[in-house]
Design a protein around this ligand. Structure first.
Ligand code: AMP
Length: 563
């Protein structure tokens, strides 16, 4: 292949999206659509209804946002109400989706607004008055606006239900029904859900018209060749997004790979990571789909010869690379498809050598890893990022190994003289220790590394496999029909851990720990499922109690505070 690769032209551009969207995606470094994007974008562009099974991490946001923005760009000027409506279960997701829509729609100057309980109503009203194109809302707060008459649905061109199963689980069923009833008939509706239980099917059959149904390809990945499997050590480190770069650099320091490929999702990430790793004295080079063939060849030549030992690449760029000796595969993000994971790590542990597969993940991505474990039938060790003490210990170990090598060598005579002369004045052990210190310091690495905050894994909300017909589907833990989700106004930033919530609810409200359902801890708040008949007791008891030493807001999740 001689010509410069331009996968954008074959990838997103092939989907016939507005060129301004393709430009924005290029700027974000997206190289090609994910499977859910390839499948969902064409029918949504054609104005069809859609029922899609896709969960977080699959690229589902862009799958509905891009066709929404494309169709928005074709609308007449002078429209009063919003064109796009996205309903989401939580305020966190509302903010994330609105942000994504801003990013994708930058060139179109899209006005997107996140509307959720707990944020200032007057501010929302002012934004709505100025005019908006896309509203991303939690159902409760959207209904408030509909009742006040502050938002109109009459100009809607696409309604999206995102994480529909979560919305039903959180008790938003009636609100969703009311919103869909208030939506003018015949407007396209897209329903995205990680699982498709009967209640979702019911909602879909009532409100969707002749929907295109998408289930991600159900092929079970071929799995790792069993011989290789044993030779690949698979470890995943949990880390918050803010500390991922520092964590990657530390892990590479500790692992000290002889040749590694670090996979990332976008070109932007590839460039950013390469820059950071280089600044931290790693010998890293970038490789992505934007490279011309000669440039690509030069990078590969240096990597093969050992002049660089870390290749930072996208999947697209790494496709077709034939490199025999890779000691480490690093997934900077959990791949959205188990197949991609299997494919990537299949590049290490070859020809009888040992290989290491490392994955960085955020707590909310834990289920993606569990999914991979289930499909590959192999365990991935999940652990925290090494501490500064671990790093120091590892550096000392490396110094020790180098010294040992030097001791096994034969050319020490000229240095013995130095030791002998010093030995008249100092103890031999002290002289040796001083020598080790100098060798250690010369080995590089500073001792003033900041600690990377530990992230605790939240108690997992049971999640399904990404594809419906892959392996044995996992059933959601049946939730008692009258379970209620409580909102607790303190989260990770306040140091709240699942044990604190279990302790407070079991201790203060005398609810048996076994009756407490899923717990979700986000940065600023937590959600806990409790049986409906004790919900009030728990609320009253916790209002009097303290969690992590402070009084916190507690209420039923779907009752957003009114202002
Ligand atoms: P989502 O499943 O929508 O939460 O997306 C998961 C992550 O994948 C987000 O960080 C997106 O920015 C990223 N992403 C989505 N589509 C693509 C793509 N085609 N190429 C690279 N990254 C993507």
């Amino acid at each position: 292949m001689k010509k410069t690769e331009n996968p954008a032209a074959t990838g997103f551009a092939a989907l016939a999206l507005d060129p301004r969207l393709v430009t924005a995606l290029g700027a974000l470094g997206y190289e090609e659509p994910t499977p859910i994007q390839s499948e969902a974008i064409p029918p949504l562009l054609a104005g069809r209804d859609l029922l899609a099974q896709a969960a977080t991490g699959t690229g589902k946001t862009a799958a509905f946002a891009l066709p929404m923005l494309h169709r928005l760009s074709l609308t007449e000027k002078g429209r009063k109400g919003a064109f796009g409506l996205v309903l989401v279960p939580t305020r966190e997701l509302a903010m994330q989706v609105a942000e994504a829509i801003h990013r994708y729609g930058r060139e179109l100057h899209v006005r997107a607004l996140a509307v959720y309980g707990g944020s200032s109503m007057s501010q929302q009203l002012r934004s709505i008055e100025r005019g908006i194109d896309v509203v991303v809302a939690t159902p409760g707060r959207l209904l408030d606006h509909l009742r006040r008459g502050s938002l109109s649905l009459s100009d809607l061109g696409l309604v999206v239900l995102d994480e529909a199963d979560e919305m039903l689980d959180m008790g938003f069923h009636e609100d969703l029904e009311a919103i869909l009833e208030a939506t003018p008939k015949g407007r396209p509706i897209a329903l995205f859900s990680a699982t498709l239980p009967a209640r979702i099917a019911g909602l879909a059959s009532k409100h969707l018209q002749d929907p295109v149904s998408i289930r991600l390809d159900g092929r079970t990945p071929s799995g790792l060749p069993s011989a290789a499997a044993g030779r690949v050590r698979q470890t995943a480190y949990v880390v918050s997004r803010a500390h991922k770069l520092a964590a990657l650099s530390r892990i590479l320091d500790i692992e000290d790979p002889s040749s590694a490929i670090v996979f990332c999702r976008t070109r932007t990430e590839v460039d950013q990571l390469t820059e950071t790793l280089t600044a931290r004295s790693h010998r890293a080079e970038a490789l992505h789909g934007g490279f011309a063939q000669e440039q690509r060849d030069r990078v590969m030549k240096r990597f093969r010869s050992g002049a660089t030992d870390i290749l930072v690449a996208t999947d697209v760029a790494a496709r077709g690379l034939d490199i025999q000796q890779i000691s480490h595969i690093v997934n900077y993000d959990v791949p959205s498809e188990p197949e991609a994971y299997v494919h990537r790590i299949g590049r290490t542990g070859r020809a009888g050598r040992e290989g290491v597969a490392i994955t960085l993940f955020e707590p909310r991505e834990q289920w993606l890893l569990r999914n991979i474990e289930r499909l590959t039938k192999q365990k991935i060790e999940m652990t925290s990022v090494p501490t500064v003490a671990d790093l120091r210990a590892r550096r000392l170990e490396l110094t020790r190994a180098s010294l040992r090598e030097a001791l096994l060598g034969t050319d020490l005579d000229s240095f013995r003289v130095v030791v002998e002369s010093l030995s008249e004045e100092f103890d031999l052990l002290d002289i040796a220790a001083a020598g080790v210190k100098l060798a250690h310091q010369a080995g590089g690495g500073t001792d003033d590394e900041p600690e990377i905050p530990k992230v605790s894994l939240q108690v997992e909300r049971p999640r399904p496999p990404a594809g419906p017909v892959r392996a044995a589907p996992v059933r959601r833990v049946p939730k008692s029909p009258d379970a209620v989700t409580l909102f607790i106004g303190a989260g990770r930033q306040a140091g709240v851990r699942p044990a604190d919530l279990f302790g407070a609810i079991a201790g203060e409200a005398k609810v048996p720990a076994g009756a407490i359902g899923a717990i979700e801890i986000t940065d600023r708040f937590s959600l806990v499922e409790v049986p409906g008949d004790v919900a009030e007791t728990v609320i009253v008891a916790l209002r009097k109690a303290k969690i992590r030493g402070r009084k916190v807001t507690i209420r039923r999740e779907r009752e957003a505070p009114r202002d």
